[in-house]
Each structure stands twice: as C-alpha cells, then as structure tokens.
Design a protein around this ligand. Structure first.
Ligand SMILES: Cc1ncc(COP(=O)(O)O)c(C=O)c1O
Length: 457
C-alpha cells in the first residue's frame, strides 16, 4: 500500500505483471478541511486513516497552520550545532510531560526511517562506549516494518519491500510475529507470550549474548500485519529477557505511538518502559516531516560521559519549523485531552465496526485499540484461509472505498508477504462521533462492493 499508485502503474508498465488490478489514475488532491480531503474535481473524502495513520488533528487545522506561518515569518531553521530554539525546547517539554523523565533524552529527525536509523546507532554507541564492542547484532520480528532506508529495512521482516536489496542489508535475526489471531503455537495467550519470549531468549543465546545489541519491535504492528496487538504479558516477558542478557529493548512507535492507541506511548498499557523508543507520524500530525528517538537515562549515561552526545543526526535534525508545528500539534493534543478521547472513543469505534461488518463471512478478525483498528478479510472464516492474492482483494477494496468517499489504509501480504488482506482505520483524534459513523458507514459500503467484485471475478 505504501508504494504510491503512480509508481505501481509505472512498475506494471515496465515489468511483466499484467494481471494487477490498478485503477487508471489517482485523484489530484486539492485541499483539506478537518476530517475531509477534497480532490480537484470537488469530490470529498472522509479521512479514515490519514494515509498510514498520520493526521492526528485532521487537515488545515487553523492553530497549527498559524503556528507554522508565524514560525516561518521568524525563521525556518536554526542549524543544530549553532542554535537551539523555543519550539524545540517547548516540544521537548511537551513530550517529556507525556513519557516521563526516564525517557527524556530526545533526538529529532525528519521521518520514521531516520528515527529507526538513529535508534540503532544509539544502541550501538551505548554498547561501544561501555566496552561491549562486539554487540552489533539486532533481532527483530517477522511481519514487521521499521522503514525504508537500508538500515531500517535491514531490521524489517517485510519480504516484499526487501527483495531487491537482499545482500546489501545488515544482518538481522527474525523471531516469530506476536499475533494472537494467527499464533505461532496453539494454546492460550499466556502460552503464546511465553513461547515468544523463550524464542527470543534462544536466539540471543544462539547468537551469543555478547554479540547482541538490541531487540526491536512494534508494540502494535502497523502495515506489516495490520494492527496486530501482542498476547497478554508479552511486553513484560521480552523486557525481562532483554534485561537478563544486557540487550536493549527498542519500541518502534512510529505508527502506533503519540496517542494513536489511546495512550501517548502504546507500550504504556503493558506497564513496560523501553530503553529506546521511536515516534513519528502523529507527532507532527502530518503537517511536517518529523520523527524522534527517545532514549533512557541509562542509555544516555555512557554516551554523554564519553562523547557528549549521540553520534547521529542530519542537516535538518531539530528543524525549527518542524518543531514549531509539532509543538502546536502536541499542545492541542494535551489541551483538548485528545489522548483520553482516543482511548474512550476507541472502545466505541471498535464495537461499532464489529457491529457494522463483523457478521460478514469474509471478516475474520476486527482488532485494535484507540483510533487504530484493523479488519482482516478472509476467504474462509473458520479456517482463517486468506483470499488468493491473485484476486487482489486489497486493491479492489481500496478502489471501492475511495469510490465511496473514504480514505482508509488497506495493506496486503500481512500473513506471509503474499497473502493476507487487512484494512486499517486510523481517524484523526478529534474526529466527531458523526464523522466516525460516516467512516464506518462508508467502510461497510466499500467492503460490500469489493466482496461483490471478487465474487464476480
Ligand atoms: C512502525 C514503523 N516504523 C517506521 C516507519 C518508517 O517511517 P517513514 O515512512 O516516516 O520513514 C513506518 C512507516 O510506515 C512504520 O510504520
């Protein structure tokens, strides 16, 4: 899904894959108004996903736009080695108020992938400075996505996005996905979380504890699995495994964090603190390209002691305009109690989606937390058999929901890289009840039409 349709059309023209179901053209975006996006023909779409779960406050928010304009009238950017800035200091304060002092060390970057790159480098620098200079290896999970730069892709268990780059990626081990609907073993959630923790521990031991830098995971999986929540007790158990072996725990909250799941940190619910955490999309709410790495005082100590600061960053690290926009987004999130709103409204959203389409034979699972809901479509509900990828259910669903005037985030290949179809719903935090109802109504229409299409195919 993340690859723009235009690019896919080009791919189809230059490669022999003529069976792909591709709509002819993309609509041209004109403007946004809160939860709505209007294209150049005047058609209105309700934004049920904000692209890949980005727009925390919807579009063209007057206060965010005013903050951006006002910052631009002063200065766009004060370079990080020359200046700090009020927006950066304010954004630090707002994030620290949400995550607590222990995770209060922050590096700002311009994307989720850059946040992951810096997270990996902070982990390596921490170990190096402590004299653990062989700790170079990373462990991640199958069916995970951490970004598209070579380092971030190296730790992503996402075959479709890796295949042309294999051989140039850094080594990484992949343990089982933590998926309750499609569990790695039969049994209870507790059995599953114990199995997954044991599997992680065995992989650390197999690689040699002294060689492992960090274990990296998405507390709630986004595009790679379609809003996959871990089994109960999972986070606590992997935290214990990492602690036993001196391995750092990196929580990738680029998609699920910054309030999306009804707590500012998605992992907060499990009562677990990671050593390093990434955040991006909803941090700046889509108004600016912004990501951040947060790391604990424990991790900061040897880095600051020996080098003064993490050996990472870019020209636009801590971009002043980016920080000004994100500070206003976060100011509004806090002032209007939007994380709490997402939490309470999310329960109703989940049950309303279940009520609207849960009885369809083709709906295998509806899951999620806060404003982050995944609907897994299947050919056979009982056996959980996915649709034949040749039917291109996800492509048809995307086309049909767009036609119905809904933007959602359908992802495919969620089971094994080829099969598996999930629609993600991730509305703005400030969506009204009526707007959420409209999203659900259009979702049901789009699903019915897409299912009729594949029945007729
Ligand atoms: C969990 C996760 N990590 C990292 C990334 C990479 O972020 P970006 O696309 O901003 O580089 C994504 C993007 O979808 C993501 O979902």
């Amino acid at each position: 899904m993340f690859i723009a349709l235009n690019f896919r059309i080009l791919t189809v023209m230059t490669q022999p894959t003529p069976t792909r179901f591709i709509p002819n053209t993309l609509p041209k975006v004109s403007h946004g108004e809160g939860c709505y996006i209007v294209d150049s023909s005047g058609k209105r779409y309700i934004d049920g996903s904000g692209g890949p779960a980005v727009f925390a406050l919807g579009h063209a928010h007057p206060e965010v736009n005013a903050a951006i304009k006002s910052q631009l009238d002063k200065i766009a950017h004060g370079y990080r080695y020359t200046f700090t800035s009020d927006p950066l200091i304010r954004l630090n304060e707002l994030i620290q108020a949400q995550v607590g002092a222990e995770l209060g060390n922050i590096i700002y970057v311009s994307s989720g992938s850059e946040a992951i790159e810096s997270a990996l480098k902070v982990a390596l620098q921490y170990h190096w400075n402590r004299g653990d200079q062989d700790r170079k290896r990373f462990i991640a999970r199958k069916r995970s996505y951490h970004g598209n730069t070579l380092g971030a892709l190296s730790v992503s268990g996402f075959a479709q996005r890796r295949k042309q780059f294999e051989g140039s990626l850094i080594p990484c081990s992949f343990v089982s996905a933590a998926n309750v609907y499609r569990p790695a073993i039969p049994g209870t959630e507790d059995d599953l979380s114990q199995f997954l923790a044991d599997e992680l521990e065995q992989e650390i031991v197999r690689l040699g504890t002294e060689n492992v830098a960090a274990f990296l995971f998405e507390p709630v999986v986004g595009a790679a699995g379609g809003v996959v929540l871990p089994p109960a007790g999972y986070a606590r158990r992997i935290r214990e495994v990492c602690d036993r072996h001196g391995v750092l725990l990196i929580a990738d909250e680029v998609m699920c964090g910054a309030g999306r799941c009804g707590t500012w940190r998605a992992l907060e619910v499990e009562g677990v603190l990671p050593d390093i955490m990434t955040t991006a999309k909803s941090l700046g709410g889509g108004y600016v390209p912004l990501g951040a790495v947060l790391y604990s005082n424990k991790v900061a100590e040897p880095i600051v002691h020996i080098d003064g600061a993490p050996n990472t960053g870019h020209t636009f690290t801590g971009h002043t305009l980016g920080c000004a926009a994100a500070a206003m987004v976060q100011e509004i999130v806090r002032r209007d109690g939007l994380v709490e709103r997402v939490r309470s409204q999310g329960e109703t959203l989940l049950s309303d989606v279940r009520e609207a389409i849960g009885a369809l034979d083709a709906v295998g699972d509806i899951r999620g937390r806060g404003h982050f809901i995944g609907i897994e479509f299947v050919a056979d509900r009982k056996t959980k058999t996915a649709f034949d990828p040749a039917l291109q259910f996800t492509e048809r669903f995307r086309a049909r929901t767009l036609e119905a005037g809904l933007i959602c985030y359908p992802v495919s290949g969620t089971i094994d890289g080829a099969s598996g179809d999930v629609a993600i719903i991730a509305p703005p935090y400030n969506a009204t009840r009526a707007e959420l109802d409209e999203i659900i109504d259009k979702l049901a229409k789009g699903a019915a039409r897409a299912l009729a299409d594949i029945n007729a195919a």
